[in-house]
Ligand binder design. Structure first.
Ligand code: NAD
Length: 448
């Protein structure tokens, strides 16, 4: 089957590479000439484990190609996926749908034969209706159907998620469109991946409800972590204690510096805008957004507090910058708020990240970057684990302590047991555990 993917970013590139690996004939289209030129040379525009080999194998097999020319990509395609960005619209938090509608218009102009136009981008309820309106306006005679097929992959595990999804959701209003979508996903169907057919609006809402629920779970355990700190309980044990309950489940119960990334922040905001538009308040999600925003700011204060005394002129080493491990994505990463808080307090920031530096550099122009966690920590007054990259999970803590001007570790991911940190000669500060000095720690979120 011939497939076109419009937008070759995290989702478009992974989807295109995986579809071609299933045996489909895929063309990935992007407006960004540099991205396409790099891909044609075998250079990946993003870091995603295993992606370079997957792309190389399918390019070599003649099943995957890249172009900046949407017309060429769409020519003869039976399924055309829209995988362009839907960032927060500046000023109001609505999803910016200009890329989706722009792509829809271009697709409608380029259509050559019967096709489904599939929105894979995360889009608010009703977007498919507008894409359909554009299609009928631009190409009234076209035999084409508009389908919603939200993507649930996680950066860092994207290929595995795409190839072995928990479920595939397809929102189709027409049986012929549903047929084509069954054909697209047939290889996964054989793997017994559940495929859920719904109305288009329901499918659009499923994606937002899923992300809002996960953001809620994270925010819930983060607030419980604050209560643990205040009461002398241990959030890691609480997570385990509740996560073993099958009705709750253990995932997304790791307390940390607050959720970030390219999806949860913008999708929770966009869902709230939809709820406003339909005058149906989502008070839980409102609280989640507020709590998470203040938590990110509170993390900066937590680091400043760990420095003790006047922070001005001190140096802090941030270990890990991306919003989670195994991606280079810096969008809405908690590290951005922490850097801001530290620089506002005249603290000098050193940083190490295994993959994120290229994206981080323009976002943190005053930060000094190092290619090893030890070099970043050398001479600093505190080291902060912001992202739990594997390379940061087995640090030589004694070496770290020796290199630092003042041996202080702020472990925002609870990677290390406090006893191990202290045994290495470092003062420990973490998340959701009893303070080590005997007194209850300040509730850092209260003043946020
Ligand atoms: P991205 O910014 O990495 O990629 C989008 C790409 O689309 C860019 O390369 C851009 O140049 C291109 N583009 C924009 N308009 C175009 C046009 N008219 N023609 C051709 N190319 C065009 O975005 P992403 O992270 O891949 O996200 C895409 C969508 O998928 C978003 O709606 C996002 O919410 C959703 N999503 C993302 C993830 C994730 O983990 N990143 C997971 C699930 C869903």
């Amino acid at each position: 089957m011939r497939i076109a993917i419009i937008g070759t970013g995290y989702v478009g590139l992974v989807s295109g590479a995986c579809f071609s690996d299933f045996g489909h004939d895929v063309v990935c289209v992007d407006k960004d000439e540099r991205k396409i030129a790099a891909l044609e040379k075998g250079v990946m525009p993003i870091f995603e484990p295993g992606l370079d080999q997957l792309v190389a194998r399918n390019v070599a097999g003649g099943r995957l190609s890249f172009t900046t020319d949407l017309k060429t990509g769409v020519d003869g395609a039976e399924a055309i996926f829209i995988a362009v960005g839907t960032p927060s619209r500046r000023g109001d938090g609505h999803a910016d749908l200009s890329y989706v509608y722009g792509a829809a218009r271009e697709i409608a102009e380029a259509l050559t034969g019967p096709a489904v136009i599939v929105t894979k981008s995360t889009v608010p309820v009703g977007t498919g209706d507008e894409v359909e309106r554009i299609l009928r306006e631009v190409a009234p005679e076209a035999e084409a159907w508009v389908v919603s097929n939200p993507e649930f992959l996680r950066e860092g595990a994207a290929i595995e998620d795409f190839k072995r999804p928990d479920r595939i959701v397809v929102g189709a209003e027409d049986e012929r469109a549903a047929e084509i979508m069954r054909e697209v996903y047939r290889p996964l169907y054989l793997n017994k991946a559940p495929i859920l057919f719904t109305s288009r609006r329901t499918s659009e809402l499923i994606k937002y409800a899923a992300n809002a629920f996960l953001a809620t779970k994270i925010t819930f355990i983060n607030e419980i972590a604050d209560l643990c700190e205040a009461t002398g309980a241990d959030v890691q044990d609480v997570s385990r204690g509740i996560g073993l309950d099958n009705r709750i489940g253990p995932k997304f119960l790791h307390a940390g510096p607050g959720y970030g990334g390219s999806c949860f922040p913008k999708d929770t905001l966009a869902l709230l805008k939809t709820s406003e538009d339909y005058q149906t308040p989502l008070r839980i999600i409102e609280a989640v957004v507020q709590v998470n925003d203040s938590r990110k700011r509170a993390m900066g204060r937590k680091v400043l507090k760990a420095l003790g005394g006047d922070p001005r002129g001190r140096t802090v080493a941030l270990l890990g910058l991306t919003f989670k491990p195994n991606t280079d994505d810096m969008r809405d990463a908690p590290s951005l708020s922490i850097v801001q808080a530290l620089e506002d307090a005249s603290v000098k920031v050193h940083a190490f990240d295994p993959e994120g530096v290229e994206q981080a550099r323009p976002m943190m122009p005053n930060v000094e970057f190092f290619d090893s966690p030890y070099k970043a920590a050398e001479g600093s007054d505190a080291a902060v684990i912001v992202t739990e990259w594997d390379v940061l999970r087995a640090l030589d803590l004694k070496r770290l302590a020796r290199l630092m001007a003042r041996p202080v570790l702020v472990d925002l991911r609870n990677v290390y047991p406090p006893e191990d940190v202290e045994a290495a000669g470092l003062a420990w500060h973490g998340i959701g555990k009893p303070p080590r000095d005997g007194g209850a720690d300040e509730d850092v979120s209260a003043a946020a």
